[in-house]
Design a protein around this ligand. Structure first.
Ligand SMILES: [Zn+2]
Length: 59
C-alpha cells in the first residue's frame, strides 16, 4: 500500500500490460465495455486526484 504524493490518498499500483505501473484508487468499480461485457476494475488515480498535475512528468 502506498499513498499519493499529491493528495495523500491511499493508492494501489497496478501493472499494465505494457509493464508499467499505474497508480489507482483502492475502490473497485464496475464498468461495461462497448462489447457489453461487465468488467470490474480500478480507476486510475490521476483521473480523480485533485493534484493530478503532479503526476505529469516534469520536462
Ligand atoms: Zn492524489
Amino acid at each position: 500500500m502506498s499513498k499519493c504524493k499529491g493528495c495523500g490518498a491511499e493508492i494501489i499500483w497496478i501493472k499494465t500490460k505494457a509493464g508499467k505501473s499505474m497508480p489507482c484508487n483502492l475502490e473497485k468499480i464496475t464498468i461495461v465495455t462497448e462489447q457489453g461485457e461487465t468488467v470490474v476494475g480500478y480507476v486510475p488515480h490521476w483521473a480523480t486526484c485533485s493534484k493530478a498535475n503532479d503526476f505529469k512528468e516534469k520536462k
